[in-house]
Design a protein around this ligand. Structure first.
Ligand SMILES: Cc1cc2nc3c(=O)[nH]c(=O)nc-3n(C[C@H](O)[C@H](O)[C@H](O)COP(=O)(O)OP(=O)(O)OC[C@H]3O[C@@H](n4cnc5c(N)ncnc54)[C@H](O)[C@@H]3O)c2cc1C
Length: 451
């Protein structure tokens, strides 16, 4: 354990186990993790970042990098090492007339959406407001406007990165294009991204919200087919799951299988109605909250005390056919977990018009993404669901196995390679060798430096 003398020297706060804030600061979105870092360094600027990197490198201790704390495998906390935490780096600098913005990566999706949304502008991030820009953007960012405006990285025009040797790199498509390519999908392997610059889109008017319908194989299949055939303005995320026993859900539906989808249209009026009508017509909605709203309101307030214990499998799919839909109904009806879900995201549109080798996210031609997951009562219970998750994923796989790095829950190089198909992995490994030859940034879905 580090002594006070050995702590990183920064202008921000350093939180150690004796500090009353320690337990809150080491908590992650997902529960069931109990890692105890020696220190959590709340950096305030790029110089602080360089100092923490130097400290970890020289002390030879594990370095974790944290922005929003939503890693699905807890990579943002080290057990015994140091956490470089961007929690206090949230500054957002908007150029409304030029339609661009710089943001420090400790800002969350909802913080950015709210700031830019005050001017009707925004970027497509993910489905959850509390996710940090640091992790989201370095993985890709697949969100509610992905078909209209692409992934978050498709609107990234510049970034600042502190690499393993402590150097600050100001990069874009012309300056250090390899590093700029790698941080758009390659995860946290290449350095600490301190600031990102986005091109902004007009995001208001916007129609969005939750639509809940009774689940059946026919509905699942037709909902996905209809979303796939819709104009790019429409993006849907469909969650097939037991209806939560919430006040807005009629009691007779509690715990019955439903399709709870988030339906988002970039625009409004008759065109929005026309695009959404085929989905509404598939089955009488149990709940229909889809309505005109400012885009930023698609991120409702969250309960900070919610820390689910979960596991899942992520898939990229070429099809969701009728047989897949039947399997989804069958698997969700047989799980012993208190909560289980199959999430289906329809991609395509602007995301698919980017070349596979233009960014390190190389799944551009895969039409659908799925996550199958369980929520459980205790960490001890998790392994008993592995077989179900693996079988479920295998049964609905259509096309080659692949994964989106930000949803990768399993470990090991074979699966990381699946996140980077078609030569992407090798190209990333060569860039990793140039910028992080000793693999200082290894607490992530790791790409080992290529010899
Ligand atoms: C509830 C939930 C919903 C989600 N929904 C979506 C979604 O709709 N779309 C989507 O695309 N993803 C989604 N994700 C996945 C999410 O994008 C990743 O988990 C992401 O890594 C979280 O970013 P973070 O900064 O909050 O996480 P952290 O846990 O802080 O960081 C995760 C990892 O990212 C890297 N990292 C973090 N910050 C930086 C930085 N500044 N510089 C370099 N590397 C960094 C590090 O390797 C770190 O271990 C979701 C996750 C959760 C938990």
């Amino acid at each position: 354990m580090a002594t006070t003398r050995e702590l990183p020297q920064i202008s921000g706060d350093v939180i150690t186990p004796e500090d009353g804030r320690y337990d809150a600061a080491r908590k992650t979105f997902y529960g069931g993790l109990d890692k105890r870092p020696a220190a959590i360094a709340r950096v305030k600027n790029a110089q602080d970042v360089a100092n923490v990197i130097a400290y970890a490198r020289e002390a030879g201790i594990e370095l974790a990098v944290r922005s929003g704390g939503h890693s699905v495998v807890g990579h943002c906390v080290s057990d015994g090492g140091v956490v470089l935490d961007l929690h206090d780096m949230k500054h957002i600098d908007l150029d409304v007339a030029g339609r661009t913005a710089w943001a420090e990566t400790g800002a969350t999706a909802v913080e950015f959406a709210t700031a830019a949304g005050a001017h009707g502008l925004g970027v497509s991030f993910g489905d959850t407001g509390s996710v940090g820009l640091g992790g989201l953007v370095t993985g890709g960012g697949v969100g509610y406007l992905v078909r209209k405006h692409g992934l978050a990285i498709d609107n990234l025009i510049a970034a600042e990165v502190v690499t393993a040797d402590g150097t600050l790199h100001q990069i874009n498509a012309e300056r250090e294009p390899d590093l700029f390519w790698a941080i758009r999908g390659g995860g946290g392997n290449f350095g600490v991204v301190t600031r990102v610059r986005f091109r902004l889109h007009q995001v208001d008017p916007f129609v969005g919200g939750m639509l809940m319908q009774p689940a059946s194989a026919a509905l699942i299949h037709d909902f996905i087919a209809s979303s796939d055939a819709a104009p790019d303005e429409l993006t849907t995320i469909a969650n097939v799951m037991p209806a939560p026993p919430m006040p807005f859900v009629p009691a007779e539906w509690h715990n019955k299988l439903v399709v709870m989808s988030f339906v988002c249209y970039a625009g409004d009026g008759a065109a929005a109605e026309r695009a959404i009508a085929p989905l509404r017509a598939l089955a009488t909605p149990i709940v229909d909250m889809v309505k005109p709203m400012p885009y930023a309101q698609i991120y409702p307030p969250e309960d900070d005390s919610y820390h689910p214990i979960a596991n899942g499998r992520n898939l990229m799919l070429d099809a969701v056919d009728r047989r897949s839909a039947e399997s989804i109904m069958e698997y969700l009806s047989t799980s012993k977990a208190f909560f289980r879900v199959a999430q289906l995201r329809v991609l395509g549109g602007a995301a698919a018009r980017v070349a596979d080798d233009a960014t390190a996210y190389a799944h551009r031609k895969r039409r659908f993404m799925a996550n199958v997951a369980v929520l459980v009562q205790s960490v001890e219970e998790l392994p008993s669901h592995d077989g179900w998750l693996d079988d479920f994923a295998r049964t609905i796989q259509r096309g080659p196995e692949a994964a989106y790095v930000n949803f990768l829950t399993t470990k090991g190089e074979a699966r990381v390679r699946q996140a980077y198909p078609g030569g992407t992995y090798e190209r990333l490994a060569a860039i990793k060798r140039r910028y992080d030859p000793t693999n200082l940034f290894r607490l992530n879905q790791n790409i080992a430096p290529r010899a």
